[in-house]
Design a protein around this ligand. Sequence first.
Ligand code: PEP
Ligand code: MN
Length: 234
Amino acid sequence: MSSKKLIIAGPCAVESKGQIEEIYAGIKGRIDYFRAGAYKPRTNPESFQGLGKEGLDILNELKDKEAVKVVSEIVSIEHMKEYSNIDMLQIGARNMQNFELLKRVGELNKKVLLKRGFSATYEEFIGAARYLEQYGAKEVILCERGIRTFSDTSRFTLDLAMIIKVKNETDYQIIVDPSHAAGTEDMVVPLAKAALSAGADGLMIEVHNNPQEALSDKNQQLTVEEFEKFISEM
Ligand code: PEP
Ligand code: MN
């Protein structure tokens, strides 16, 4: 674990300006990119859908004040203009094979964080990355975030072998999101350590100033203090 790891952290979603400022203040200096979703892909329509453009405005305000690079998920071509100042665009698991979205996002010539679909094979994951690249993405970073299996020990099953295979067979960087794989906060750090042992190039971890009150993914977000403890030990 000698080489520098890419560390991305922040809340699941932008909820307010105050929330973003508080979390950023707690983790700055420890991260390469701050993450937070503005348009959230939620299973149910009753659930918090994200602040949309207002959420991206809040991230842009943070960028104006602090020298911080930001990652945020893009879910639709129609929002593309709103992402012009976002440093790295995230393609979520649910959109990994949304090929028209991949083409248009590629054409933006930005860095892209590509999350693995719940049921995507290695070939499908790499194929999606190649779409982004061929259409112009500046850099594609893969993200293993767990897949659907019969196992009910965690929210998704983290496929550590994907890291090994990607490192052995491609030049892509691959990071791991232990938060969505875990589903509960107690499993995040152990899974993160396992990912690093398997050779992951970095981690993306959900961190919230008040996880119990989070509007999405409340059970899996680390507190600022828990994140700080993990990173300082790393
Ligand atoms: C996320 O990172 O906030 C997210 C929705 O992740 P995934 O697409 O992996 O479910
Ligand atoms: Mn989330």
